[in-house]
Design a protein around this ligand. Structure first.
Ligand code: ADP
Length: 485
């Protein structure tokens, strides 16, 4: 029995299948061409369409019956002379395959094309890449926007490794983008304590999603840059945090200007203090003399003048405090004192000068604190006078003292104009005043709360506000209680 010849059989099977392939190829190729995602057209040497697949029909919007047999340049006369025209001719002339991408202005679309010349003519596979191009252009536009921003824009991943660094960052810090990419932002920029609080900003960023504050950064040449930094978390479309972006502004010059301004305010208020003190002395002397002479009316006018001089003295003292605080030159002399009795005394003083309002005090248990009584008095006098000043139509101010565990909190509540929410975080800034209310004609410089905030901070305490426009405000101050020996 003849054994089947495996090799011949294999050969035969192989021949069979390659024949099948050849045999099937026409149908298969057509099937493939009809199913590929790109447009496919075949053109003869006379530039006439000899094959147009389904996708090409879709892309051109012209039925293949209307294309077959027609010359390309008759169907698209506007394409003559374009890059498409040149490339088609080049491929046909050189018999070399080539690929290119171009914008086709008449159709306002982008295409990618692969040209395959053959003895029969030219086969072209092409697709519409307009969406991808638009996305790329948008990305490029955004990248250019970031590059053009005058703030230093630095993007990092979640580990604060630098991923992008714009032109302004190069100017501000002296490092080029190439030098810093992939490096830890803290190695490049960050001075540790005492220049900057350690990691405070990271905590804020993680809990609130942003952080804004003044910091001192280092430049490539080792010098310091004073910077106003705004850092935000970057999230992907699912809300997952994928990094952080900082917009940093060089405020070195601005800080310098601020310093000169503070020095000027300090010097001016210092110079004003002496003549005002002298004026006050003469006024009081004259008042007493007139009273002795029985000239009551004149003496009363001088009493009013004295009152105005007191206001002036207070303003000058506040301005002097602001400038000292800015330069860190305020000294506090702290001692233990009875908190409730002290608040009671302040309320009595203010009550006498403001008969229109009733200041009601709710006291809890006795408590003691350590602090600079004069400076803390400034805070409560300011809160109480503000409560009265900003509630001209109300008749009541409530003060509550609450010691809880090792902290005492005092609240000053008024029923006046209130403060819109957007101003809450800013009213403790220097010279900040709320001016939105049309009837806000209250006098002031916007420094009382700034001074209060500084004083409370120097006592390791907190000051904050809760308020609603038109419904009044409550200012809270919390201070640590003195520990019993
Ligand atoms: P000033 O009262 O001199 O303007 P402050 O620093 O004491 O300065 O207050 C800052 C700003 O906060 C005020 O201008 C005012 O707009 C607002 N403000 C302070 N206290 C109150 C209050 N009790 N009610 C409403 N607004 C207030």
């Amino acid at each position: 029995m003849d054994k089947p010849d495996a090799s011949r059989d294999g050969q035969k099977q192989g021949d069979q299948s390659s024949e099948d392939l050849v045999h099937l190829s026409d149908t298969q190729v057509i099937n493939i061409l009809e199913r590929i995602t790109g447009g496919f057209v075949a053109i003869d040497h006379d530039w006439r369409y000899i094959y147009v697949n389904h996708q090409a029909e879709q892309l051109t919007g012209i039925k293949r019956e209307d294309l077959l047999g027609k010359r390309v340049w008759d169907v698209y006369p506007e394409a003559v002379g374009t890059l498409f025209y040149q490339k088609y001719h080049e491929a046909m002339r050189t018999q070399q395959s080539l690929s290119f991408e171009d914008y086709y202005p008449p159709g306002q679309r982008w295409y990618t094309l692969h040209l395959y010349p053959s003895p029969e003519g030219l086969s072209i596979i092409y697709s519409d890449i307009t969406e991808r191009k638009r996305a790329e252009q948008q990305l490029l536009f955004h990248a250019n926007v970031v590059q053009s921003i005058s703030d230093a824009v630095i993007a990092t991943d979640t580990q604060y490794t630098i991923l992008s660094w714009n032109k302004a960052a190069e100017t501000l810090y002296g490092w080029t983008q190439e030098e810093v990419l992939g490096k830890a932002a803290s190695d490049i920029l960050w001075y540790e304590f005492p220049y900057n609080p350690p990691d405070e900003w990271k905590e804020h960023l993680q809990t609130r999603g942003y952080w804004k504050g003044q910091v001192i950064h280092k430049r490539k040449d080792g010098t310091q840059a004073r910077v106003m930094a705004s850092v935000s978390q970057v999230k992907d479309s699912n809300g997952t945090i994928i990094g952080a972006v900082a917009a940093n502004r060089d405020i070195t010059e601005w800080k310098e200007l601020e310093r000169s301004k503070d020095e000027f305010i300090g010097a001016a208020s210092h110079e004003l203090r002496t003549p005002v003190t002298a004026l006050k002395g003469y006024t009081q002397l004259l008042q007493r003399t007139l009273e002795k002479q029985g000239l009551r009316d004149h003496a009363q006018t001088l009493a009013k003048m004295d009152g105005q001089l007191n206001r002036l003295t207070k303003l000058i003292a506040d301005l002097l405090d602001v400038s000292k605080m800015q330069m860190g030159k305020i000294a506090y002399s702290k001692a233990v004192f009875d908190f409730n009795a002290w608040v009671h005394d302040i309320i009595n003083d203010i009550q006498q000068a403001s008969p229109h309002h009733v200041i009601a005090l709710t006291r809890d248990t006795q408590c003691k604190i350590i602090g600079d009584q004069d400076r803390l008095s400034q805070v409560f006098i300011n809160l109480l006078t503000n409560a009265i000043k900003y509630s001209p139509k109300a008749e009541r101010v409530d003060v509550i003292i609450r010691p809880v565990s090792d902290i005492v909190t005092v609240s000053v509540r008024d029923y006046g104009i209130g403060i819109p929410k957007e101003h809450h975080s800013r009213i403790f800034e220097r010279f900040y005043r709320v001016t939105s209310s049309p009837d806000n004609t209250f006098p002031g410089l916007g420094i009382g709360l700034y001074i209060s905030h500084e004083i409370i901070q120097a006592h390791e305490g907190k000051i904050w506000v809760e308020s609603e426009e038109g419904k009044g405000s409550t200012f809270f101050v919390s201070l640590p209680l003195a520990q019993d020996e």
